[in-house]
Design a protein around this ligand. Structure first.
Ligand code: HEC
Ligand code: HEC
Length: 287
């Protein structure tokens, strides 16, 4: 009798210990499971990014190096950088503020990918809206893009060059323009994607006006403003003045150029403003 009770008690205690141990391990198993799932999502997302998104958003999502999917030839990046602090850092990132987004960051990226951006080159991707991708594929891409948010990306204090009010002040700091470098930058910043090739056909039917004649026209846009000052401001503050005529009709307001955020992108290091001087030299705006 006594022995049975002892055995019963011991086995009950053993069961409880085993169950308790399993219960303790449960959260970490869940965590492993979630991490493994997220890892697979990121892997799938990486493949999708490479096949669907890289032609516009570039190698590593930097929008610096883009290749034509068919020919493999290097082309201008039509998309924005996605591996980019102002898009990914902080719970409410700079881009979310610019776009008046009030939900979460994953939802911002999810919505952008799903619906695209109407009136820009960013296509609609969700099958629900007529695009080619399933909901789980969109989710994989969201995880892949979010995965670029690293401490390294976000701990570097965001540098913002204080653009001076006038082009003369900029030139005092960056006196020399390099037209050949400007020609390359005109492609890598995506100017050519909207404005065409300024040395090519003037019958350009893209989003923005062809710029082969810009050097002659720039000085006539705003009374009393030099062409140099006008182009300087057009790139940094596209919404200050909207050109009347775009190739396929009146230009839209706000400017299609605004979300490219050249103010930030050409000023995110102390040397970058040189890029604008080089582009303006290439376009014949600066000598
Ligand atoms: C044909 C070119 C093109 C392709 C292909 C493309 N995008 Fe875009 N994408 C753009 C452009 C242009 C914008 C900027 C739209 C704007 O002006 O707001 C953009 C914007 C975005 C943004 C928002 C960035 C921001 O700062 O607001 C995300 C996120 C994005 N794209 C993800 C993707 C993903 C993921 C894919 C692949 C499934 C993809 N894009 C494919 C052109 C493209
Ligand atoms: C997403 C398309 C797009 C991109 C990319 C783009 N632009 Fe534009 N740009 C436009 C549109 C549309 C206009 C006309 C509306 C306006 O005034 O903003 C314009 C206007 C301009 C103007 C004023 C032109 C005039 O005839 O008065 C200048 C200068 C200019 N862009 C330079 C640039 C440069 C330099 C780049 C690259 C660093 C660039 N743009 C990138 C679409 C774009």
């Amino acid at each position: 009798m006594q022995v049975k009770i002892v055995i019963g008690t011991i086995s009950l205690m053993l069961t409880m210990i085993i169950l308790g141990f399993a219960a303790l391990r449960e959260p970490s198993r869940l965590e492993d499971f979630t991490l493994a799932r997220q890892g697979r999502q990121i892997e799938n997302g990486a493949e999708l990014f490479q096949s669907q998104c890289m032609t516009c958003h570039g190698v590593n999502g930097k929008a610096e190096e883009c290749y034509d999917a068919a020919t493999g030839e290097q082309i201008g990046c039509a998309g924005l950088p996605l591996n980019y602090g102002p898009l990914l850092c902080e719970d409410t990132s700079q881009r979310m503020i610019n776009m008046n987004w009030e939900g979460s960051k994953p939802a911002f990226i999810q919505a952008t990918i799903s619906s695209g951006r109407y009136g820009t080159a960013m296509p609609t991707w969700a099958a629900d809206f007529g695009g080619p991708l399933r909901p789980d594929e969109i989710e994989d891409l969201v995880q892949f893009v979010l995965n670029w948010e690293t401490e390294e990306l976000c701990s570097a204090p965001a540098f913002q060059y204080e653009w001076p009010a006038t082009i003369e002040e900029l030139l005092a700091e960056f006196p020399e323009g390099d037209a050949a470098r400007g020609k390359e930058l005109y492609v890598t910043y995506g100017c050519s994607g909207c404005h065409g090739d300024p040395e090519g056909d003037s019958a350009w039917a893209g989003t923005g006006p062809w710029q082969g004649h810009l050097a002659e026209e720039a000085g006539t846009r705003i009374e009393g403003m030099s062409g140099q000052q006008y182009v300087y401001e057009s790139v940094l503050y596209p919404n200050n003045y909207i050109v009347e005529q775009c190739p396929t009709g009146p230009c839209n307001t706000p400017s299609a150029m605004a979300s490219n955020n050249f103010y930030a992108r050409m000023g995110d290091t102390a040397e970058k403003p040189q890029d604008l001087v080089d582009i303006m030299t290439y376009l014949g705006i600066l000598p």
